[in-house]
Design a binder for this molecule. Structure first.
Ligand code: ATP
Length: 417
């Protein structure tokens, strides 16, 4: 058994590594090779040179000789890559075994930022067949894809467009998509975004993808597919994937805190200041992690999620999930573990029945009618306008790797659909 890993073949102008893989699978089968379930492997979403979702592909093939499979894979790669793309640096890796070091490389590629030289060092020390083009950055993703093993997995069925239609608007019947979602959610998810009234399973870029149906159950995904009316796809592939599994999240809830930019974390702490809204609608608040404080951010595209964040008050105990960028954690999810009691002070009631007024800064309160004075404010408790539990950004703002709350089956979860 060989595993073929491919990455970094497309650009914003066109093509898609998953399409190349779909064509290669067909050609491998036509040449008499059996292929196993192809894997759509998402890597660190903070990687700088990604085109879109930092995807790489691994295809298991029943064959012995990497040279023979390599020739077919290379021809397909050269035919279906945008080698002229400024940031397109294809990598192709074919391994006949997966070693502990390769598995470790995958784990690091999904959580950290790696160097091309690290990939090359492993490829040469393990004697793995590979080809890299231009600056060869794609070898990072291709090697990580080959070494990938999923603790948790989901599925995505991707339908591809006929070549003559690439770059033209996609013909999709919207009602059929909403119906397919209604019939198969929660076994499928992130097809539509109810809160923003948007279809989110289809890109708007000139690439070959018509749409992708994600979910936990291949049967439900196929049922959704059969309900969707659209232009006729050229081909479809069902991938096993680490999407929707939080594979990128480093759990720091019980560990020492050393946080790096471009990594994603789960952190526990208490809200250390009132949330602030800045121009553009972005919301920020500080969290106290015990040894240090950091800022958390919910940016404008996270839409209704910002309302939850704005409702936090100092003292709330929370767990936050998100990526560190310039020392700020960009939120994907939040678990509100316990809510602080919200107390507000107001002028006290006077013995005469009238509410007192402020007598000026630091001077307490006085009654206008009977001139009585008091230094003591009245403390009233205000009910909170959120409940404890887990909240997440809506599907339109969701990262491929982020685990949708609907998958957690947690009674405390408030899934955004
Ligand atoms: P698409 O989703 O359309 O296939 P993409 O978003 O996957 O595109 P690529 O064109 O594959 O983007 O580019 C990502 C590049 O970043 C690749 O060269 C890949 O090898 C590299 N890369 C992936 N993960 C890491 C990482 N953890 N550290 C450094 N580089 C990485």
């Amino acid at each position: 058994m060989l595993i073929v890993g491919i990455d970094d073949t497309d650009s914003e102008r066109g093509f898609c590594t998953t399409y190349l893989a779909a064509v290669l699978i067909e050609r491998l089968r036509a040449s008499g090779c059996q292929t196993g379930a192809p894997r759509l492997v998402r890597l660190n979403p903070c990687a700088r040179y990604k085109t879109r979702g930092n995807a790489a592909i691994a295809i298991p093939v029943e064959a012995e000789d990497p040279e023979e499979i390599g020739k077919l894979a290379l021809d397909t790669l050269l035919e279906l890559s945008d080698l002229s793309g400024r940031n397109t640096n294809p990598g192709l890796v074919i391994a006949d075994r997966v070693t502990a070091e390769m598995r470790r490389f995958y784990r690091r590629a999904v959580t950290e930022i790696l160097e091309i030289e690290e990939a090359k060092r492993i490829l040469s020390s393990e004697g793995i067949w590979h080809r890299g083009f231009k600056n060869q950055r794609g070898l990072i993703g291709a090697l990580a894809a080959v070494g990938s093993e999923f603790d948790d997995h989901t599925y995505e069925l991707i339908a591809y467009r006929r070549r003559g239609l690439w770059g033209t608007p996609r013909a999709l019947d919207e009602d059929s998509i909403w119906n397919a979602d209604r019939a198969t959610y929660p076994a499928t998810w992130d097809t539509v975004d109810y809160s923003n009234r948007r279809i989110v399973f289809s890109p708007h870029s000139p690439d070959p993808v018509l749409f992708g149906i994600r979910g936990d159950d291949p049967g439900a995904i196929r049922r959704a597919f059969s309900m969707i009316r659209s232009e006729a796809p050229e081909r479809c592939v069902m991938y096993v994937t680490n999407q929707g599994t939080d594979a990128h999240i480093i759990d720091m809830s019980d560990r020492d805190i050393l946080l790096h930019d471009d990594r994603s974390y789960r952190l526990r702490g208490s809200v250390a200041g009132e949330p602030r809204v800045i121009e553009g609608g972005h919301v920020f608040f500080p969290i106290d992690l015990g040894e240090r404080k950091i800022e958390c951010a919910a940016f404008e595209p996270t839409k209704c999620f910002r309302k939850i964040v704005r409702s936090l008050i100092p003292g709330d105990l929370i767990e936050v999930y998100g990526s560190m960028k310039s020392g700020t954690l960009n939120l994907e999810k939040i678990d509100i573990i316990s809510l602080e009691r919200q107390r507000r002070s107001r002028p006290p009631l006077c013995a005469c029945g009238r509410r007192m007024e402020s007598a000026g800064s630091g001077k307490g309160y006085r009654c206008r009618r009977c001139r009585t004075r008091s230094m003591e404010a009245e403390i009233v408790e205000h009910p909170r306008d959120i409940e404890e539990g887990l909240y997440e950004v809506p599907p339109s703002a969701r990262r491929h790797l982020a685990k949708p709350l609907v998958r957690t089956r947690n009674p405390r979860a408030h899934p955004s659909r």
